[in-house]
Write a protein that binds this ligand. Structure first.
Ligand code: NAD
Length: 502
């Protein structure tokens, strides 16, 4: 087994088919920077086995063995297809491919809630537990009118891969409730949150399955979840029961830095990888699709590194200013009005004083995608970058801050056009990493200071980025496949060590 030391951390790789050791990375990175310009890197990616037509997706025999219908538009199948392709590269045993192609548990619940008008409404919720070989199930809960079982399954599988890639001791899960949080009032939302967590309380737990925020949920939702669980679970002490969710408010066991963690992780990855692609972060032009938790924190933190946010789009509209949009003032505007639309009449300068912010003009969706930038960051919902949008993009790098924002056909076109795609399981793993820090702090009844959270997060993100780079180099593949390979390598090793019960 090859061993390598990075800082004080020791990492072992099974030298499978000449897998290179992490210690070789400094040389690799120097070589890469020297020999591969951005376009050459793009060409290197084109050589990867992603040049396929839609019929060439979903080829694995695993789909037949499990009786899965081959629907190329199904998000779950798209995710599992990518996982299985990486598994083939890594020559992972077939029985592990079968195991990973289906979640361990799919829980569906229906529960009534009394609304403010006195009427009862029946809500539907899901909790999907994909895999727990590396530790307790972990994954966010989404509140959205359009939540479907297969989407939750896809997000749960991504969590398994994400936790493994970033090396936090968790498995993968995801939850969802069919409710539009903007269409109900605060009391109604609280009752929905409490009833939902009560409905799944027998399958979650602080050492079993640990939910967190996702689209449509936040620290307040986590406070309601935790309080409900603490009141109804008899098996653990009330204090320990609080660990059942992460992303809690600071006042009740949350971690410093959790709210910004996903955006911080995106920025940490870009700071690490952009120079190797010939793009200095200082002065890089950025556009953001989505300006909620992830998008707005990414915008604010990347501006602090000297990048310029030139275009933003959310569900209310799109705006552009080539001189730079002030990300802090935009976040304030979104908090006040609910979206980016209408941001344009204000004038001022950014917190760093780096750019002059002279408002922004409203633009169309197509103009937003066509805005020339160095890095395009999708931070909204799944499957938004389809083939058409991939054809519109004028960027060098797509950094997937959202989960699964790129369809396979969109991905294929981006690769063909020489646009590097940094995959979601790498870019947005900062959220679950700081969730893990929160869980550890709760276990020990201590609170880390923000410097410790930020530096520990940075270490996890940098190592995850390097693992992905190494896998790309070794297997001559695109970054998405490389990230899955680096994640699967760990999972396969643990399965080999533990075996399959009985
Ligand atoms: P959020 O609800 O805070 O923000 C979602 C954003 O998407 C909003 O700006 C919304 O306007 C925008 N949006 C929704 N529909 C849109 C449309 N049709 N067109 C354009 N914009 C649209 O959610 P979030 O927590 O920021 O999550 C965003 C993504 O990041 C999701 O894919 C989520 O799964 C992923 N993610 C979130 C976290 C986290 O810690 N919050 C962690 C990992 C991954």
């Amino acid at each position: 087994m090859a061993a390598a030391k990075v800082g004080r951390e020791r990492i072992n790789f099974v030298p499978r088919r000449g897998w290179i050791a992490l210690a070789e990375l400094p040389n690799l990175r120097r070589d890469t920077a020297k020999t591969l310009s951005a376009s050459e890197m793009a060409k290197a990616s084109i050589a990867a086995p992603t040049d396929r037509t839609s019929e060439e997706f979903l080829k694995s025999s695993v789909f037949d063995e499990l009786g899965m219908q081959r629907d190329p538009n199904n998000l779950y199948l798209q995710v599992i297809d990518s996982v299985l392709q990486a598994a083939e590269h890594l020559e992972i045993p077939h029985h592990l491919q079968l195991i990973l192609a289906q979640p361990k548990n799919e829980i569906m619940v229906h529960f009534p809630v009394r609304m403010n008008d006195g009427e009862y409404r029946l809500f539907k919720g899901y909790r999907v537990q994909h895999n727990n070989i590396l530790g307790p199930y972990k994954g966010g809960i989404r509140f959205h009118a359009d939540v479907h079982l297969d989407d939750v399954k896809a997000l749960a599988a991504l969590m398994t891969m994400k936790c493994s890639l970033v090396r936090v001791p968790y498995g993968g899960a995801k939850g969802g409730c069919k409710v539009d949080p903007r269409a109900v009032d605060r009391d109604e939302l609280m009752r929905v949150s409490r009833r939902f967590i009560a409905a799944i309380s027998n399958v979650i737990g602080p050492d079993v399955d640990i939910p967190a925020p996702d689209v449509g949920t936040n620290a307040q939702t986590m406070a309601w979840f935790a309080d409900t669980y603490m009141n109804i679970s008899g098996s653990v002490s009330r204090q320990d029961a609080m660990r059942v969710v992460t992303g809690k408010p600071l006042e009740m066991g949350g971690s410093l830095g959790r709210e910004k963690a996903t955006g911080q992780g995106v920025v940490d990855v870009l700071v690490e990888l952009l120079p190797d692609m010939g793009i200095p972060i200082e002065g890089a032009k950025i556009s953001l699709l989505g300006y909620g938790n992830v998008g707005s924190w990414t915008g604010r933190l990347i501006a602090e590194k000297g990048a310029t946010v030139v275009a933003v789009m959310d569900h209310t509209g799109a705006i552009r200013n080539d001189e730079g949009i002030d990300p802090v003032r935009l976040a304030e505007h979104v908090a006040e009005t609910g979206g980016v639309a209408g941001f344009g009449s204000e004038h001022g300068s950014t917190r760093t004083g780096r750019h002059t912010q002279a408002g922004a003009e409203a633009i169309s969706e197509e103009e937003f995608y066509r805005t020339p930038v160095d890095v395009f960051i999708p931070a909204a919902l799944e499957q938004m970058i389809n083939e058409e949008k991939a054809g519109w993009l004028e960027c060098r790098v797509v950094a997937e801050a959202a989960n699964a924002p790129t369809t396979p056909m969109g991905d294929r076109l981006l690769t063909k056009r020489g646009i590097e795609v940094l995959p979601a399981i790498l870019c947005n793993s900062g959220g679950v990493t700081v969730s893990y820090f929160e869980w550890v702090q709760n276990k020990q009844s201590i609170q880390w200071d923000i410097e410790r959270v930020d530096s520990s997060l940075n270490k996890h993100m940098v190592l995850a980025a390097r693992r992905t780079q190494l896998a790309q180099h070794r297997f001559d593949c695109d970054m998405r496949t490389a990230a899955y390979i680096a994640a699967l390598d760990q999972i396969a090793k643990v399965y080999a060590l533990r075996g399959i019960f009985p």
